[in-house]
Design a protein around this ligand. Structure first.
Ligand code: PLP
Length: 380
């Protein structure tokens, strides 16, 4: 038999699947994979049930149903004062993951240089490899996960085609500072590159409001803003995401989307179109609840002897391991001996070895789950 695709056969199983499997095998409490262990809001689920009964069960328009595109655009105007035309600047995708894949395919030619901050969400690298991009990592350094200006300046040049940023940032919980963003904006203009801005944790910020990349001077026309409803509504299984940007770019991203998945689950789009326009009250409780969970986990872990780096956003917290410990061994030990599953963060790095000295906890869990995990982790 002839060889299968070289790039794809080299992909490894995602670290999230590996750790979740190990957690199940060891009956460990799963604080590894990033999804809630509780259901999304019942009023949103009811909207989907109604849409299913109302015969919204055939293919949706490939760009997404217009009410959803209009609701997405209305929210960017309301929350961030950003104008996007729902007719040609908004594309609905199967989660942020498909938006990321389609954007990379739409923008990157083989050999193009793409700058990525590490640690990074693992789908970036896979999509970039499929596009045959030249990946240039820039490390966000613990404990505050800032980039080194010299390293960034060295990574970026006139050949840079795209920079990928995730803000608020998984796995570190970092929110990029205004100064960091302004420098990125200056470099983007000076070197004429695009920005893929993954903002799926836009509503999970604790002490400060989210500032989209596209709001910085001169960035709107060169930025593809990607987000989804998975984290914001605790409905990760619905996979409703989007890409927003200049109409020429969105048209090209759609060219990929139409031959990848064509469209997104129709009844779920109908429900989300209504949910997005009615999320203000929901968001107040949502943020309060996650702030409580962050504080519970961070305080409990610190009391248990971990050195936790307090996250400003997302539903993840990183902990620095004691000297001499390695993340993979440590995670396996935690699962087997303490019955708590976490993520070894070296999987999110390709340049620095900092990841091997940290592990990631997810606090998108009920308080009961978090307390049970903290109980297991106490008494080191
Ligand atoms: C940074 C980041 N981007 C994208 C995604 C995927 O989002 P979706 O489930 O909408 O595809 C995740 C999910 O964990 C994520 O952490």
């Amino acid at each position: 038999m002839k060889h299968l695709n070289n790039i794809v056969t080299n992909f490894q199983e995602s670290i999230f699947s590996t750790m979740t499997k190990l957690a199940v095998e060891n009956q460990a409490i799963n604080l590894s994979q990033g999804f809630p262990d509780f259901d999304g809001p019942s009023w949103v689920i009811e909207l989907a049930a109604k849409a299913l009964r109302d015969s919204k069960n055939q293919y949706a328009p490939s760009f997404g149903i217009l009410p959803l595109r209009s609701a997405i655009a209305a929210n960017y105007k309301r929350f961030y004062n950003l104008d996007y035309d729902p007719m040609n600047e908004v594309l609905v995708t199967n989660g942020a993951t498909e938006a990321i894949y389609c954007t990379i395919m739409a923008l990157v030619n083989p050999g193009d240089e793409v700058v990525v901050f590490e640690p990074f969400y693992d789908s970036y690298l896979a999509s970039l490899q499929l596009a045959r991009a030249k990946v240039i990592p820039v490390t966000l350094n613990a404990p505050d996960f800032t980039y080194k200006v010299e390293e960034l300046n060295k990574a970026i040049n006139k050949k840079t085609k795209l920079l990928i940023i995730n803000n608020p940032h998984n796995p570190t919980g970092k929110i990029f500072t205004k100064a960091e963003m302004i420098l990125l904006a200056e470099l983007a203009v000076a070197n004429d590159f695009y920005i893929l801005s993954d903002e799926v944790y836009e509503f999970l910020t604790f002490e400060q409001a989210h500032i989209p990349t596209a709001t910085y001077d001169n960035l709107k026309e060169r930025t593809v803003t990607i987000s989804s409803t998975g984290k914001s509504f605790g409905l990760t299984g619905w996979k409703i995401g989007w890409a927003l940007g200049h109409s020429d770019i969105i048209k090209t991203i759609h060219n990929v989307h139409q031959f990848t998945t064509f469209c997104v689950a129709h009844p779920l789009q109908v429900a989300m179109a209504q949910a997005l326009l009615n999320m203000d009250d929901y968001l107040i409780d949502f943020k309060k609840s996650y702030l409580g969970k962050r504080n519970l986990l961070v305080k409990g872990l610190n009391e248990a002897g971990f050195n936790v780096l307090n996250p400003a956003g997302t539903y993840f917290a990183m902990a620095l391991l004691p000297d001499g410990k390695n993340d993979i061994d440590y995670c396996q030990w935690l699962i087997k001996e303490k019955k708590v599953a976490t993520i070894p963060t070296s999987a999110f790095y390709i340049k620095s070895d900092e990841g091997s000295r940290m592990i990631r906890f997810c606090f998108a869990k009920t308080d009961e789950t978090l307390n049970a995990a903290l109980k297991n982790l106490s008494h080191f």
